[in-house]
Design a protein around this ligand. Structure first.
Ligand SMILES: [Fe+2]
Length: 386
């Protein structure tokens, strides 16, 4: 019998090549008149924001662009963007970019309207709201932030805190694969592996809210991305591969928004926090090793999804399939040009102890892992990955 569960998601999904040019019409239809558009300076430089801004202006919408978002956004960036929204008298917020821009936009919509301090919103279910209307437009196929209730903020030098609240799920997710055509291979590979990890961890999550909707979405996400990742990396202009990656990453985002991720992410965060390794690459570096560790308890779950990514694994008996899945994912990362070992990204062996200590602090994630992780386990996984 299906256990009780809750599944929350975005109110409206608009998907299609060229749809970003319709952003003005979409905003106008919702009665938005004064917008803050939150993005990063790189997207301004490459001209990706231009057609969106033109579409909004053509719809007689007053737009102010905040383009100071940086990777792993620190608190002052969130606060400056919130001030910009207030100064403009924004009646809605659009996030445009990678996960950092979308995470920032979510918090701006919350803080600019509710007035609550960011420090009191951290944690699960602590945000009070209400928030301003919110549209999110991803330009990478990875984080799934456009459909998740999570924003991650860097506090101090390296620590990260999350705001987790259904209030952060936007009103509209606008997905235009054309926005991802120019992503460099390394970014396509790292963000793509991150999205696959979201689906894998959501499917096998030990969360009490692991549910059949999330598992179905995770399966479809893995089928789409398994067939598309290498093509998207090696031929960035492959429209079909880019569309499958963007759709797959969004489905994976919906999956883990309701059946949360686990030890791969818990062990990835110290890598990103201390060594400024991009989030997706951090995940890729520990992924096969966490899967091998988890296979003892999650072997059946992995055996079920492995052929969706690698159809040839259907020919292997279910006993050996989880191990083969980990091997194939490691080989896929290498074929996509990602460095395979922690030492390859200049992480010193002496850092593994400290990273294991830090990983154990990620209790929000570790609690969802299908096999309990001790500090000694975390250290052994890092050592295998080194
Ligand atoms: Fe992730």
């Amino acid at each position: 019998m299906t256990a009780p569960f809750i599944f929350n998601t975005v109110g409206s999904i608009v998907f299609g090549a060229g749809k970003a040019a319709e952003i003005g019409t979409l905003a106008e239809a919702r009665g938005w008149r004064r917008l803050l558009l939150v993005t990063d300076p790189g997207l301004i430089t490459v001209g990706l924001v231009d057609s969106c801004a033109a579409s909004l202006t053509a719809a007689s919408i007053e737009v102010t662009i905040f383009s100071d978002v940086v990777a792993d956004p620190p608190e002052p960036v969130v606060q400056a963007a919130t001030e910009a929204a207030r100064a403009h008298g924004a009646d809605a917020v659009i996030g445009f970019g990678g996960g950092s821009s979308l995470d920032t936009a979510k918090l701006v919509a919350l803080l600019a309207r509710s007035g609550e301090p960011l420090s009191e919103a951290y944690g699960i279910g602590n945000a009070k709201g209400p928030r301003l209307p919110l549209m999110l437009v991803p330009t990478t196929a990875g984080t799934g932030s456009e459909v998740t209730p999570i924003s991650i903020v860097t506090t101090g030098t390296s620590e990260k805190l999350g705001v987790v609240s259904p209030l952060l799920v936007p009103d509209v997710a606008l997905l235009d694969p054309e926005l991802t055509y120019g992503l460099p291979p390394a970014v396509t590979a790292a963000t793509g592996v991150d999205a696959m990890v979201h689906a894998i961890e959501a499917h096998a999550s030990a969360s009490a809210n692991n549910n059949p909707v999330s598992r179905a979405l995770a399966c479809e996400a893995l089928r789409l991305m398994g067939g598309a990742l290498e093509r998207a990396v090696h031929t960035g202009s492959d429209a079909g591969a880019r569309a499958d990656m963007l759709l797959g990453s969004m489905l994976a985002g919906q999956a883990f928004a309701n059946s949360p991720v686990a030890a791969v992410h818990a062990l990835a965060y110290p890598i990103g926090g201390h060594f400024h390794i991009p989030h997706g690459l951090s995940n890729a570096l520990v992924l096969p090793h966490v899967l091998r560790f988890n296979a003892e308890t999650a072997g059946a779950a992995y055996a079920g999804i492995a052929p969706l990514v690698f159809p040839k694994l259907a020919e292997i008996g279910t006993q050996g399939r989880a191990a083969a899945f980990a091997d194939e994912l490691q080989a896929l990362s290498i074929r996509c040009g990602l460095p395979p070992r922690l030492r390859d990204v200049d992480i010193p062996e002496e850092a593994l102890e400290m990273m294991a200590d830090d990983a154990m602090k990620q209790t929000r994630l570790l609690v969802n892992n299908p096999r309990p992780v001790t500090r000694a386990d975390a250290q052994a996984i890092y050592r295998a990955a080194w």
